[in-house]
Design a protein around this ligand. Structure first.
Ligand SMILES: NC(=O)c1ccc[n+]([C@@H]2O[C@H](COP(=O)([O-])OP(=O)(O)OC[C@H]3O[C@@H](n4cnc5c(N)ncnc54)[C@H](O)[C@@H]3O)[C@@H](O)[C@H]2O)c1
Length: 347
């Protein structure tokens, strides 16, 4: 199977590494509008062909699928072009910048019978997959309450580079550059994490977004720093559970940390995931009386990259699909609406 990597910035290195490690997969080419970047990327990953545009790569055409690792606002036009050319697409999150575009991408992929998946990375966390299994087995009973958070600190710390000078961070702070802020960037991950772990989709949401002053006139060069960098949400799931979800880029001491706690009528389960470790604990049955928590061992699960390759080989789509990401996009759009209206809305 031959994969083209579209967009050769930071995250593309993960795609190249993971896809290249799968037996029988070849990295057929790299594409970027920045010639120096695509050249360096192709050298690093031993890729024969580099292109300056998707059109040029499609004119050549000798690949089966595209890994779309462009900035958020570029996903829609490039994915639509790839689907039109009959290529399967593994797209980075968020699928699009709004629900209408995400739905168009879903319908185009489904009508063409092409494999379409979105890289909701935290599906790769074995502890999350196990949590869902525990919840769905009925071991914690009916789910009543949940708490989910996604904490990053790159607006405070330079551990990942300096957002004041690097384009890969600046576009994430600017609406004009297609970003929906922390909500679109990592909100999409934590919404998927919470709903997947708690075993139910969203029914109602209310969200508050905040954009803090970060520079003189809140502008650096061509970038207006107007995209939100902190949000707090209350949500209800279709299974009736009520919960809170929040995310921020201001959480000093937390580079990249997701946590989900799910409470049922018979017990609780909690997953914590950081870049360097993950943990799953439960409090079930008689342990409810003593508040005792037990570590749960888990088996490694296949990554989204592996499952995308399996899906293309089998000609059968897998989750997380474009349609699933489109449903999450609806919740993201609603979050912005509820912030404007200062009132809860049904999904
Ligand atoms: N799943 C995850 O955990 C995860 C993590 C990081 C980033 N991402 C997503 O990956 C995507 C890329 O993020 P990044 O951090 O690599 O950004 P980045 O800015 O480092 O890289 C994006 C690259 O795309 C190129 N590009 C822009 N327009 C293009 C076009 N029309 N054709 C070809 N190339 C084009 C840019 O020149 C740049 O090199 C984003 O959608 C982001 O949300 C996902």
């Amino acid at each position: 199977m031959r994969i083209l990597i579209l967009g050769t910035g930071g995250m593309a290195n993960q795609h190249a590494k993971h896809f290249a490690a799968i037996e029988g997969v070849t990295l057929a080419g790299g594409v970027d509008v920045d010639p120096a970047r695509v050249e360096a990327f192709c050298t690093t990953h031993n890729i024969e062909r580099g292109f300056g545009s998707l059109d040029a790569a499609l004119a050549w055409g000798e690949f089966d699928a595209i890994a779309n690792v462009t900035p958020d606002s570029v996903h829609y036009p490039t994915t639509m072009a790839a689907l039109k050319a009959g290529k399967h697409v593994f797209c980075e999150k968020p699928l699009a910048t709004d629900h209408a575009k995400a739905m168009e991408m879903t319908e185009a992929a489904e009508a063409a019978g092409l494999v379409n998946m979105v890289n909701l990375t935290y599906r790769n966390v074995s502890q999350l997959q196990k949590m869902r299994e525990i919840v769905q087995s009925g071991a914690i009973g009916k789910v009543k309450h949940f708490e989910a958070s996604y904490l990053q600190s790159w607006l405070v710390s330079k551990a990942w580079g300096d957002w004041r000078t690097e384009s890969q961070w600046l576009w994430r702070l600017s609406k004009k550059h297609g970003s929906n802020g922390v909500l679109g960037d990592i909100g999409v991950h934590i919404l998927d994490f919470a709903a997947y772990g708690a075993g139910s989709d969203f029914s109602k949401v209310f969200c508050r977004l905040e954009t803090f002053e970060k520079a003189e006139n809140n502008r650096i060069g061509e970038y207006d720093l107007d995209a939100n960098d902190s949000f707090a949400m209350t949500a209800q799931l279709e299974n009736g559970a009520l919960g809170v979800i929040h995310a921020t880029r201001w959480a000093t001491g937390h580079f990249n940390e997701l946590r989900l706690r799910v409470y049922g009528e018979l017990g609780s389960v909690e997953v914590q995931h950081r870049h360097d470790w993950s943990k799953l604990v439960t409090c079930l049955g008689a342990d409810a009386e003593t508040g005792t928590w037990t570590d749960v061992e888990v088996d490694v699960v296949p990554t989204n990259y592996m499952r995308f390759v399996d899906a293309v080989r089998a000609g059968k789509n897998q989750e997380p699909s474009f349609r699933h990401a489109t449903n999450i996009q609806k919740v993201l759009d609603l979050a912005t609406t509820t912030d404007r209206d200062r009132m809860e809305h049904s999904v």
